[in-house]
Design a protein around this ligand. Structure first.
Ligand code: GDP
Ligand code: MG
Length: 794
């Protein structure tokens, strides 16, 4: 039997069976790769793996190994490559043109339709109307959320998981609260995003759901809609990107779709701020009057001989009482049970007999329909969606955006151009961030902070403030917090570019291009961006790891990031190179960068085979159409990051700075010292210094430098400068050989406090602690090896 792997570029075929198991398989099905659907092979990634497929009306990447598990038949060359008619709903001719006319804003809002269904008891006026905002990735969720809430947002984490949680009050509607759920394709419990969304709706019971649907990609987006409807929570569908659909000659018969789905459908353009008010009115209305969806029954007695239909309804009857007890909506529970969802099974507490009955019903359904349980349910949903789109949607022939995307992709993911373009784009971003924008701003901010610090110092001296306080403010606050704050411009600039990459759709392409390399490390293509950012600064790099889809990938990536030579390590390198290796500068620099990368890779490979066994998450990812990022989204994100960073600078970093200042300023008998060699820090360093003796730098001053480097890596150089006084004094203590092992130690040992704080935020306290220990150990071992090697050969 032929598989997707056997397709040639441009060829299309009908999916026959979808192999594999568990999460990966469910994910395929949820993304619309189901038996009977037409897929077309668009291209191979430059390294030959993964591949880009066209399914329904969107593009998807999968790995070759996974493509092999999907068998196909009826391979053919479609006459028009890339036409958006590839897909299951390609029967445009049966439609009545009058029915399909696009109705701009149905304007049915408060008066007509809804009042027929209105319950007599609206929720009391003081109830907070809570909404969940749910939708696929790239459907415009962030844009809509920003339009709905304006500046009234609050960002946090979902309890227990590091997935962003954004809440906000709808503009001009007090007593409302919208929660932005993570972008998901399905309500399967496989990714942490899906689990979060599902739990949020089931446990926190929002008063309503706002489901955002990308109208340019309607089949796949409605797949989630059907599952949300099964939850039996009041809901409105926001049909987004209508501007694009219309300008390309497509249209949607909103009334018809509304009737078929049983919930209000409001066409909007989040980016152009059109239709938002109607959306809000409808959302508030359904929530206030608790209007449940008018329809949940998407199966039909005529499809596939009705096998799926009969099994769903049989199971609904079977579990009715358990569903009521556990509070899981019955239709949702039934379809999830058929899909084989273990967590629903447990929550329902079915007894032995019922479980067996359930399995019998499912077996019978599989036998009658000829499909396995998961594929049968996915097929049922897509069949209904096909009916909806066939009667309510006129698809644009081929959109301008799609044509443009294909053109851009010819270069950005082209066989010979993809990697050079990637390197070029990253180089430009780094150049602009570290040299032009970030660098200059950082210098400016640094100068500003030190000027402020000088002014404060002389003012305090003039006012006769006691020395203790002066030292606290100047050394503790200004030096400590100031040195970290001066990173702010770099971080904001990096995030600016990062959000451009993400919002434009290029990030998905980078993952597509780099997946093959990263796979060897047990990671997926998506980890490339955080790792690259690590060469700039670990803080935004670690923060950006949150875009990774699985916990495992996130941890592995975060462990690797600090081994990359961040820009703060550069001053150390240059200082030591000019002191010890003036002739081999470039070589030493290169070796250091390379060592960092090599150690990172080694760590990944070892972890992959030990602590992080198993595969990276299935790399089934949508390649969204390129779109111009909105200034508003980017601005909002930068503001969030800035706020977040400043908050941290003044909490955790502030405290850490105070502690180090304290240790450096007081002697063990708590008297203030002017000579830091008598301070607690020096005494402590004296204790620690012997640890470094085997590495060749057991001097207490070197130990002090390393400890102060914990605050910020540049501090290593400034501390050495203060404690030694001159380069020649340093040259008396170290040889080129011991300098080399010191450099290696600096490269690898624990990242600065700001980075550790980010690790803590992303992965928790325990992980932050272990990463510090792990990295110091690795640094020690590597420096020791370098020392041994240099002793033997130099
Ligand atoms: P999210 O991933 O669901 O949060 O989607 P975003 O809000 O980041 O939007 C994805 C892309 O679609 C961005 O480039 C937006 O500018 C764009 N976009 C969002 N809404 C619309 C819309 O109504 N019309 C058009 N043409 N583009 C939109
Ligand atoms: Mg978004």
């Amino acid at each position: 039997m032929a598989t997707i792997r056997d397709l040639k570029i441009g060829q299309a075929a009908e999916v026959f069976t979808v192999g594999g198991e568990g999460a990966l398989r469910q994910h395929f099905l949820d993304m619309g790769v189901i038996p009977g659907v037409t897929v077309q092979l668009i291209k191979y990634a430059p390294m030959g793996d993964p591949i880009e497929l066209k399914v329904q009306s969107y593009e998807l990447t999968i790995r070759l190994a996974d493509a092999e598990k999907i068998t196909v038949r009826n391979i053919h060359d479609p006459e028009d490559i890339g036409r958006s008619l590839v897909g299951i709903s390609s029967m445009p001719d049966r439609r009545d043109p009058f029915e399909s006319e696009f109705i701009d804003h149905p304007g049915l809002g408060e008066g007509g339709r809804f009042h027929d269904k209105k319950t007599e008891h609206p929720l009391p006026d003081d109830t907070v109307l809570t909404f969940a905002l749910a939708g696929n990735q790239n459907s415009g969720k962030t844009t809509l959320f920003n339009q709905l809430t304006g500046a009234n947002q609050h960002v946090g984490n979902f309890p227990g998981v590091t997935v962003d949680r954004k809440d906000g009050v709808i503009r001009n509607h007090k007593n409302t609260l919208v929660t932005d759920l993570p972008g998901i394709y399905s309500m399967s419990p496989y990714t942490s995003e899906e689990v979060v969304s599902r739990q949020f709706i089931l446990d926190e019971k929002p008063k309503g759901i706002i489901n955002i649907v990308d109208a340019t990609n309607i089949e796949r987006n409605l797949y989630l809609t059907l599952q949300l409807l099964e939850l039996n929570v009041p809901m409105v569908v926001a049909l987004n990107m209508m501007d694009e659909v219309q300008s390309n000659g497509g249209s949607v018969n909103v009334n018809k779709m509304e009737k078929l789905l049983g919930v209000p459908v409001v066409p909007i353009s989040a980016a152009k701020n059109e239709g938002i008010d109607e959306l809000v009115d409808h959302a508030i209305h359904v929530a206030k009057y608790q209007e449940k969806p008018g329809r949940q029954d998407f199966c039909s007695p005529t499809d596939n001989g009705g096998a799926v239909h009969r099994s769903i309804h049989a199971i609904m009857h079977l579990i009715q009482d358990h569903s009521e007890e556990s509070g899981i909506p019955v239709r949702f529970a039934a379809t999830k049970l058929i899909e084989g969802d273990k967590s629903v099974e447990e929550a329902l507490k079915l007894d032995q007999n019922e479980q067996e009955t359930l399995e019998h019903i499912v077996k019978q359904m599989e036998k009658e329909s000829g499909l396995d349980r998961a594929a049968a349910i996915a097929g049922m949903r897509f069949e209904f969606i096909e009916k909806v789109t066939a009667s309510a949607v006129i698809k644009p022939k081929r959109s301008r955006e799609e044509t443009r995307s294909n053109k851009i992709d010819r270069i950005l993911t082209g066989k010979y151009t993809a990697i050079p373009m990637f390197i070029l784009i990253m180089a430009v971003i780094f150049y602009l961030t570290f040299n032009v924008i970030g660098g200059n701003l950082q210098t400016l901010l640094g100068t500003g902070i030190s000027a402020l610090s000088d002014t404060a110092e002389s003012a305090m001296k003039a006012a006769g403030v006691n020395q203790f306080l002066i030292s606290l403010v100047i050394k503790g606050v200004f030096t400590g917090v100031g040195s970290v704050l001066s990173f702010l411009p770099i971080i904001v600039t990096l995030f600016f570019f990062l959000s451009l990459l993400e919002d434009s759709g290029y990030m998905a392409r980078i993952a597509f291009v780099m997946d093959k390399i990263l796979r060897r490390l047990g990671l997926s293509g998506r980890s490339i961006v955080p790792m690259l950012l690590g060469f700039g600064c670990s803080v935004p790099a670690i923060m950006s790891s949150r875009t990774l889809p699985s916990e495992r990938d996130r941890k592995l990536t975060v462990i690797m990031i600090p081994f990359m030579s961040c820009s703060a390590k550069l001053p150390i390198y240059s200082y030591f190179i000019s002191a010890f290796f003036p002739k081999q500068g470039a070589l030493v620099m290169l070796l250091l960068y390379f060592t960092g990368i090599a150690v990172g890779i080694l760590t990944a490979v070892i972890s992959k085979n030990t602590r992080f066994k198993g595969e990276a998450v299935p790399f089934v990812m949508e390649l969204p159409t390129y779109r111009m990022p909105r200034a508003k989204n980017v601005g909002q994100l930068l503001w969030e990051k800035t706020k977040d960073f400043i908050q941290r600078a003044f909490t955790i970093i502030f405290i850490a700075s105070m502690v180090i200042w304290f240790l450096e300023t007081f002697s063990p008998s708590f008297a203030m010292v002017s000579d830091s060699s008598k301070s607690i820090l020096a005494v402590v360093s004296g204790f620690i210094a012997p640890v470094f003796a085997p590495l060749g730098f057991g001097d207490w001053r070197m130990a002090t430098a390393l400890i102060s480097g914990f605050l910020a890596k540049e501090n290593v150089v400034s501390t050495i400068g203060i404690l030694f006084g001159s380069v020649s004094a340093l040259q008396k203590v170290l040889t080129p050989a011991t300098a080399a092992s010191f450099l290696v130690f600096c490269l690898l040992y624990t990242p600065c406090i700001a980075a550790i704080a980010s690790v803590r935020r992303e992965l928790g306290r325990k992980w932050a602690f272990w990463i510090v220990i792990f990295q110091c150990t690795v640094a020690w071992v590597c420096a020791f090896i370098v020392h041994l090697v240099t002793l033997a050969f130099v």
